[in-house]
Design a protein around this ligand. Structure first.
Ligand SMILES: Cc1ncc(C[n+]2csc(CCOP(=O)(O)OP(=O)(O)O)c2C)c(N)n1
Ligand code: SF4
Ligand SMILES: [Mg+2]
Length: 288
């Protein structure tokens, strides 16, 4: 995809949080093109499957390349793309079901590799595209199409999960805060290593969490989401842990370690230094 396909007719529902995420990503891409002097076709957007994955078809403005792959496999695809051409700016876009359910086992390996890519996760606490089944981030007890008597599993905390996996850049934002989201996605794209921007992106159709996230004083509902205090040091892992152990959903940059080598750098050093083995000897190494 380098041009928008006018025949693609997918539509998000009115009020869907993914509209805000789209604007955030578009802003970050425009900034990336102008400030990094890198043409937009040096960016590849790899999408999961879900309402969120349709992001790759919905972007306005100048088009990056895009691939709408298979459910839960945005990270392996991004890994292949980045390794075949490390010059590319690779961005994945996926939902909570795609990234944290079926795709969960791919987060740890990319964190260990510190692959130099950015992942934007649109968390609506539900499988939106397939009509409202529970996801890892649905609340305990949630009544959904797949949990008619209430969800029995507890709710996953994605931010704590990323930190314990060793992801080197972790940010959290809300879809309605487009400017903040845009600057975090831009910052994440410039981060040397695996960066995740986790976005609360409510599903107005199956799990409308706007009120819970923002609060409603007239109904006595306190907001779940809050801005990270200015004094927070994102390079301090203990401070990040403390932030994530507290109640609520912190918004902003939680953790950042830009001192670690990336997989791309390490692999190219290896290729440059070690004597390469023949394909035959590599294949024979597997035979019994
Ligand atoms: C291998 C596989 N299993 C299941 C599905 C069906 N499926 C499509 S999207 C989806 C879940 C989408 O949820 P999420 O990733 O949270 O995206 P959202 O629609 O909420 O943005 C499922 C289970 C599929 N397409 N492929
Ligand atoms: S079903 Fe939910 S996630 Fe999907 S487009 Fe509609 S509001 Fe958005
Ligand atoms: Mg979802």
């Amino acid at each position: 995809m380098t041009s928008k396909n006018p025949e693609y007719d997918f539509k998000w529902c009115p009020g869907c949080g993914d509209f805000g995420v789209r604007r955030g990503i578009e802003g970050a891409l425009v900034q990336h093109v102008t400030e990094n002097e890198q043409p937009v076709n040096k960016t590849v957007v790899v999408a999961g499957i879900g309402c969120s994955g349709n992001m790759v078809h919905m972007l306005e403005k100048e088009q990056p390349f895009g691939i709408h792959g298979i459910h839960g496999r945005s990270l392996p695809l991004a890994f292949g793309i980045k390794m075949s051409n490390p010059e590319l700016n690779v961005l994945t876009v996926a939902g909570d079901g795609d990234f944290l359910g079926i795709g969960m086992e791919h987060i740890g390996p990319q964190a260990q590799r510190n692959l130099n890519i950015t992942s934007v996760v649109m968390d609506n606490g539900v499988y939106g595209l397939t009509k409202g089944q529970s996801s890892p981030t649905s609340e305990l007890g949630a009544i959904t199409t797949s949990t008619p008597y209430g969800k029995i599993e507890g709710k996953l905390n994605p931010l704590r999960t990323y930190l314990s996996f060793g992801v080197s850049y972790i940010a959290s934002m809300m879809s309605s805060k487009v400017k903040d989201l845009s600057s975090l996605v831009y910052d994440a794209m410039n981060h040397p290593g695996f960066a995740i921007v986790h976005v609360q992106s409510p599903c107005t159709e199956y799990n409308n969490t706007y009120e819970a996230l923002k609060g409603n004083p007239t109904k006595g509902i306190a907001p779940l989401a809050y801005d990270i205090p200015e004094g927070h040091d994102p390079t301090d892992i203990l401070a990040a842990q403390e932030l994530l152990n507290a109640d609520g959903i912190p918004l902003g940059l939680i953790y950042k370690d830009d001192t670690r080598e990336t997989f791309d750098d390490r692999s190219h050093k290896t290729i440059g230094v070690k004597e390469m083995k023949s394909i035959d000897s590599l294949v024979n190494g597997f035979s019994i």
